[in-house]
Ligand binder design. Structure first.
Ligand code: SF4
Ligand code: SF4
Length: 273
């Protein structure tokens, strides 16, 4: 994780900053000599939306997905839990989803796989660096894509790779993960970290929490929303982000039902049991 922090600093301070209209040369296709070489021994951080797309693609529960396909790196510099895609134990440390013909989960591949060779940096995540969010080119020596004769703008690439819905969910996630609470260097309690992990990565467990506890008696949630979150993971995740803003940071994003003045600024899931 130290290496990653160093890379983040280098990107913010040294890498050329690109905007949506910036052009770059790149192409990737089956038949290129490096085909699939980028799908091994790579750090892929999964967003909450990535986890939903992948576990639904694989038709397994979020718990099973987390157990089988992810790592939970721990580092003191992290404000909150993050999950990484676990590479296989073979010699190449291959991605579990790569096959001879390419990515077996292509339509639901993670955000960072879609974006490659572009990354997005947010100076807000690091002190002492100015400016807004920007794109940058990732340096990957094995990749021949940079030598191909295809030119496009960042905006065209993002469009072509179907990043739109991922970005929308990513923006909502940032309202939690980059909340002012963390800027003040405050720390979440272990119970709150667990709630963060459950909402962001174990969406099925979060659903059990909502519908298997007194939650809906304590909080005033519109009937339409209740119906949506019962079956729709994406809607549940959006609802979960609002819940996290309320229970982790004390934002006024939930309405407590009348007569429930003891409703918890939840510190643990059990408080709403
Ligand atoms: S998810 Fe697909 S695109 Fe991403 S590393 Fe794995 S095989 Fe490659
Ligand atoms: S290394 Fe680059 S060009 Fe080769 S398959 Fe991966 S992304 Fe495409």
């Amino acid at each position: 994780m130290k290496e990653l922090e160093n890379l983040k600093e280098a990107v913010l301070k040294e890498y050329p900053r690109m905007q949506r209209e910036s052009g770059f040369r790149f192409n990737c296709h089956e038949g290129i000599s490096c085909f699939n070489k980028c799908c091994a021994d790579v750090n892929i951080f999964l967003t909450p939306y990535d986890v939903i797309r992948l576990k639904n693609r694989l038709k397994i529960s979020s718990q099973e997905f987390l157990d089988k396909y992810t790592l939970l790196p721990i580092d003191e510099s992290q404000n909150h839990p993050v999950v990484m895609l676990k590479m296989m134990a073979d010699e190449d440390k291959s991605c579990p989803f790569v096959r001879a013909g390419g990515c077996s989960v292509y339509g639901d591949r993670p955000w960072s796989c879609r974006m490659f060779p572009l990354g997005v940096a947010s100076p807000k995540e690091s002190n002492g660096c100015d400016g807004g969010e920007f794109y940058f080119m990732i340096e990957e020596p094995v990749c021949q894509g940079y030598l191909q004769e295809k030119h496009q703008t960042v905006g065209e690439w993002v469009e072509e790779q179907g990043v739109g819905q991922y970005s929308e969910m990513g923006e909502l996630f940032k309202e939690v993960s980059l909340h002012d609470f963390f800027k003040e260097r405050k720390q979440l309690t272990p119970a709150k970290l667990e709630m963060f992990y459950t909402v962001c990565y174990n969406i099925d467990k979060f659903r059990e929490f909502i519908f298997g506890s007194s939650f809906l008696k304590r909080f005033d949630v519109e009937e339409e929303t209740v119906n949506d979150i019962r079956t729709d993971d994406e809607e549940l995740l959006k609802f979960g982000f609002n819940w996290l803003k309320y229970c982790l940071f004390g934002d006024k994003t939930m309405r407590v039902r009348a007569g429930n003045d003891a409703a918890p600024r939840v510190d643990t899931a059990a408080n709403v049991g």
